[in-house]
Write a protein that binds this ligand. Sequence first.
Ligand SMILES: [Zn+2]
Length: 75
Amino acid sequence: MMDCAICRHGSLEEGAVTVVLERGDSTVIFKEVPARVCDNCGEELVSAEVNESLLRRAEEALNRGATLELLRYAA
Ligand SMILES: [Zn+2]
């Protein structure tokens, strides 16, 4: 079990979070993104691998001309 680096009291539990990425007028919202969430302060940690995937998929959505897109991470 990893301790939270922010509050140093909580422990990080496996969970799922919502991540919002914005660029200019465009917004891409990812639901059910796997993350570790602190049970004390609520800090959300998304792994570099997951983060890269989010950025790549957001880029694809923006390239399609989306201004608001809601995606499920697992889909
Ligand atoms: Zn914490």
